[in-house]
Ligand binder design. Structure first.
Ligand SMILES: C[S@@+](CC[C@H](N)C(=O)[O-])C[C@H]1O[C@@H](n2cnc3c(N)ncnc32)[C@H](O)[C@@H]1O
Length: 226
C-alpha cells in the first residue's frame, strides 16, 4: 500500500472528529511537497506536529524505501497539545514515528538531520517565531535542513479565506492551541532570519490548486556554520 493511503488508515480507530480532521488536513495541505524537502534518512523532528499526520507519513515513507538507499529515517513529533499527541502516538504505533508532548519553546536534544514546522509559526508572536527558528537552526546537524510550511500574506484573497478559517479553528471551535492572535509573516522575512542563522535558503509558493496561500521555506545548514 502507498504511504498516502496508509497514513490515513493509521487513524482508523481514532474518534470521528480526529479522523475527519486528518482527512481534511491531508486534502487541504500539500504534505507531500513538504515531505519531498525532507532527507530520506537520519533524525527528523517535527515541531507542532498536531495529530502527527506529516510525521507518520514520513515514517511510513521511510518504511517503504529501499533499506540500501540511506541510513534509516527516525521521526519524532512534538506538540504542546497533549490529546493531539496521544492521537499521534496511537497512530504512530504502526508507522514507527514517536511523539512527545512539550512545553512551548522547548526542543528535544539534537542534532537533527531535518526539522519540519508546518503551520505553527503564525500562532506565535513575531519574537517567538524568531526564537523558534533560531533554536531549530542551531539544532541541525551540518548539512541538515529546516523545512517551514506557512501561510503567506499573499495572494490576499487566499490569505483572507485562511484567516477566516483559522479564526473558527482557534477562537470558536478551539481545535488548535495558540495564544489567541495570528501573526502571518512574509516568507521573505522568515527566509531572511534563516539566512542570518547560517542556512542557505530557498522558498517557493505551494498554493496552486489550493484555496490557502501555502508557502515553503527550506534552509540547509552550511557545513562550516556554527
Ligand atoms: C494548525 S496546527 C498544525 C498541526 C500540524 N503541523 C499539521 O500540519 O497538521 C498547529 C499546531 O501547533 C501547535 N503549537 C502551537 N504552538 C506551539 C509551540 N509553541 N510549540 C509546539 N507546538 C505548538 C498546536 O498545538 C497545533 O497542534
Amino acid at each position: 500500500m502507498s504511504p498516502v493511503r496508509a497514513v490515513l488508515g493509521l487513524y482508523r480507530g481514532a474518534p470521528l472528529a480526529v479522523r475527519a480532521h486528518v482527512r481534511v488536513r491531508w486534502a487541504t495541505c500539500p504534505m507531500q511537497a513538504v515531505a519531498a524537502a525532507i532527507p530520506a534518512g537520519g533524525r527528523v523532528l517535527e515541531v507542532g506536529c498536531g495529530h502527527g499526520l506529516l510525521a507518520n507519513y514520513l515514517a511510513l515513507e521511510a518504511a517503504s524505501a529501499d533499506p540500501r538507499d540511506a541510513a534509516p529515517r527516525q521521526v519524532h513529533g512534538i506538540d504542546i497539545d497533549g490529546p493531539k499527541i496521544e492521537a499521534a502516538r496511537r497512530a504512530g504505533v504502526a508507522s514507527g514515528a514517536s511523539f512527545s508532548a512539550t512545553a512551548p519553546g522547548l526542543l528535544p536534544n539534537g542534532p537533527w538531520h531535518a526539522v519540519a514546522i508546518v503551520d505553527v509559526l503564525y500562532l506565535l508572536s513575531e519574537a517567538h517565531q524568531r526564537d523558534l527558528l533560531r533554536a531549530c537552526a542551531a539544532a541541525l546537524a551540518p548539512g541538515g535542513v529546516l523545512v517551514v510550511k506557512e501561510m503567506s500574506p499573499s495572494p490576499r484573497w487566499k490569505a483572507a479565506w485562511n484567516k477566516f478559517q483559522e479564526t473558527l479553528a482557534v477562537r470558536l471551535l478551539a481545535i488548535t492551541e495558540g495564544g489567541g492572535g495570528f501573526t502571518f509573516l512574509p516568507p521573505e522575512m522568515l527566509a531572511g532570519w534563516m539566512t542570518d542563522d547560517g542556512l542557505s535558503v530557498s522558498h517557493r509558493d505551494l498554493h496552486k490548486g489550493y484555496p490557502h496561500p501555502h508557502h515553503l521555506v527550506v534552509g540547509k545548514k552550511i557545513a562550516s556554520a556554527g
